[in-house]
Each structure stands twice: as C-alpha cells, then as structure tokens.
Design a protein around this ligand. Structure first.
Ligand SMILES: Nc1ncnc2c1ncn2[C@@H]1O[C@H](COP(=O)(O)OP(=O)(O)OP(=O)(O)O)[C@@H](O)[C@H]1O
Ligand SMILES: [Mg+2]
Length: 356
C-alpha cells in the first residue's frame, strides 16, 4: 500500500500506529524496494522545543546520508543545490546555515531537489519519521514548506510517520482551517497490532527460522501478554534465541525490562509539564491500567489517590491528550464507553508502579 501510494505519485503519505508496531521498518523496507532516491529526516532526540539549528542539521544530515549512499550523483545534485541560499558544499558533503540572515531557504531547497528528480526521470521520497516531534514555531515554518512541496513539487512524495497519532494529525492541520496544509488530502497507512492468530504465526515462524520448536503454552502466554505488538514479540523471540531456550520466564523478563523502558518514555513525553500535571497524568494512566476504566471510575480513583477532587474539565483534557498521544484507546460498545492502555507493556508497568 505504501509503495503504491508513492508509485501513484501521491504528494503526502502518512504512516500511523502506536509505538513499536513497525512504522519505521515498514518505511525502510518500502524505500529499499522502490529504489527511488530518498531523504530520511530523523527527528529522534529532538528536544521538546527544537531550534532552527536542530532541524536544519537533521535535514543536512539526511542529504549527506543520501550522498554517501549515492556517490555517483554528488556532482549532479551539487549543480542543482549550489545556488540555494545558505547551502554550502564541502567536498562530498553539504552544510546548512541556520542563522537568521543566511538561513537555508527550504522551499527553494526542496524545489531544486524536485527538479533534480524530474530531470533524472525519477521520484524523490522525503521521509520525516515521527514528524510530530517538530514543534512550536518550527512546526509552523516547516508545515508551510510541506504545503509548498504538496502544491508545487510534482516529483516528490513526502512520507510522514508518527506514533502520537493525534499529535501528528494536529501537526498536519487536520480540522484546523487556519493551517497551511488544511484541506489537502493525504493518503494513510494505519498500522494495527497483530491479532492473536497473526501473533502466534509470527512467533512459530520466527522460531522455526532458528530451528526452535516453541511449546504451545509458552506461545499463548507470550501472545496474551505482549498482545500483538510486533516490537515486543521480536524482543521476546530474540531473547529466547540468545538464551537458547523458550519458557515463560523469558516472557516475564521481557515484561520487566521493557517496563522500565516504557516508563522512561512516558516520563520523557510528560517532561515539559509541571509536576502537579505529570502526577495527574500518571494517576489517570494508573487508574486505567488497574481496571478503573470508565470516566467516573477514573475520576474517583484519581481524586482518591491524589487526595483532591479532580476537576471534570481537567480529566477531559488529560484523556483527550492521552488519546492524542496514542497512550490510551477509547472503546465504545453501545452506550458503554471505557478506556484501555494501548501498550500491554505499559499496562503491566503501570500496575506495578507504586507512586506517581
Ligand atoms: N514486519 C516485521 N517483521 C519482523 N519484525 C518487525 C516487523 N516490523 C517491525 N519489526 C521489529 O519490531 C521492532 C519495532 O519496529 P519499528 O522500530 O519499525 O517500529 P516503530 O513503529 O517505528 O516504533 P517506534 O514507535 O518505537 O518508532 C523492531 O525491532 C523491528 O525490527
Ligand atoms: Mg519508528
């Protein structure tokens, strides 16, 4: 599906799904198979409030990686990019100016890249992995650039991925008429977790590749706990291969180790909020993980735990934001509405957590 969108010349393709469902892997496999020139802009490690320098360095790195992989096009690309303001070539690598007066003109940069692709009879693919991490004033500037690419760069497809799905939609201007990308249709690949059968099949096949035959009760135990998230299934499988055995203990080991990781990730996601707010978020998550799953149950639990009644509007807000971050899912069954923690490991970690 992803490759077809690119072959069809779609200007903007979005890959969404909660963490560790294989978004980055999917994109890398597609890029590899399609054999189009591509730029992979990596937003990992961007601070909560990225600067121009942070972003420009990552775009320059993406071009440098590309040149590294395609030495034979250095001269031709140089020819197209040389006159772009703020771009400087040093041998086979490029550097970008980010200072206010001489900053690289990104619109011009991508226009030139697009023309280069056109003249070579190919398509350029620009990937922004976890695009929602580009925040604040930079996001405003960058989406204008994306809107320009969307409208004018006919030989370019932009792929953006995001695990904080609602936040990514916000970045893309979904539902915001003031946004530069508003009303521009995008094609979407939504990654879902594996169902039980797929998870089992995945484990059996994986183990067989290593000449191991897993006991069926262990596979069921693993699938129950790791709940269709490919990244965790892989982690479990890899551990078993490493240790040369397959048993329940390894599932528990993965759960415990991964718990620390996901809790650290949550802390990072909430890091920009004041302490009081962080505690409320964690308390809400803990409530849901512990089985207090409806709106009023969550409110009761959190008010009790924090020793003060949680205002309704605050709870609304928190649930809304947790949904946007894809940390929780909302289940609607007839008139009943309840919430659950999206990631089974996070659920496990929260249950075991004692304080906020
Ligand atoms: N189809 C697949 N088959 C086997 N392993 C896979 C598959 N997809 C992903 N994986 C493995 O699962 C793990 C998570 O995948 P990946 O990093 O691509 O997910 P992601 O959705 O980008 O996660 P994140 O939200 O952390 O960026 C990786 O170790 C990857 O190698
Ligand atoms: Mg990823």
């Amino acid at each position: 599906m992803l490759e077809n969108f690119v072959y069809e010349g779609k200007p903007l393709v979005v890959v969404t799904g909660m963490r560790r469902l294989g978004k980055t892997s999917l994109i890398l496999v597609a890029l590899n198979e399609m054999r189009y020139p591509y730029l992979l802009i990596d937003t990992r490690g961007l601070p909560p409030n990225p600067s121009y320098r942070d972003l420009y360095e990552r775009i320059a790195n993406a071009i440098n990686d590309f040149l590294e992989r395609n030495r034979s096009v250095v001269d031709s690309l140089k020819h197209y990019l040389e006159r772009v303001k703020g771009v400087e070539f040093l041998g086979i690598s490029v550097s970008f100016s980010w200072s206010k007066d001489s900053r690289v003109d990104l619109v011009q940069l991508f226009e030139r890249m697009d023309r280069w692709a056109r003249d070579r009879g190919t398509r350029l693919v620009v990937v922004i992995d976890e695009a929602q991490r580009i925040r604040g004033r930079l996001a405003k500037m960058f989406v204008e650039v994306l809107a320009h690419i969307y409208d004018y760069a006919e030989n370019t497809t932009v792929i953006v991925s995001g695990s904080e799905v609602g936040v990514l939609y916000g970045f893309l201007g979904v539902g915001d008429p003031e946004h530069p990308l508003y009303g521009r249709h995008f094609s979407e690949v939504k990654l879902k977790r594996f169902d039980r059968e797929q998870s089992m099949d995945f484990l059996y096949r994986g183990f067989r590749q290593f000449g191991m035959e897993p006991p069926s009760d262990v596979v069921e135990y693993a699938v129950d706990r790791l709940d269709g998230v490919v990244g965790w299934l892989v982690e479990f499988g890899a551990r078993c291969v490493e240790l040369g055995k397959i048993d329940r203990g390894i599932v528990d080991l993965v759960l415990d180790e991964a718990s620390k990781l996901v809790l650290a990730e949550i802390e990072h996601l909430l890091a920009t909020r004041p302490r009081e707010s962080r505690e409320r978020y964690l308390a809400v998550l803990k409530a849901i993980a512990s089985g207090y799953r409806t709106w009023s149950q969550v409110r009761e639990y959190v008010s009790r735990e924090l020793g003060a009644s949680l205002p309704k509007s605050v709870l609304h807000n928190i649930l809304h934001n947790l949904l946007e971050m894809t940390l929780i899912e909302k289940i609607v069954e007839g008139r009943n509405v309840w919430y659950r923690i999206a990631d089974p490991i996070l659920e496990h970690a929260l249950r075991k957590m004692h304080r906020f």
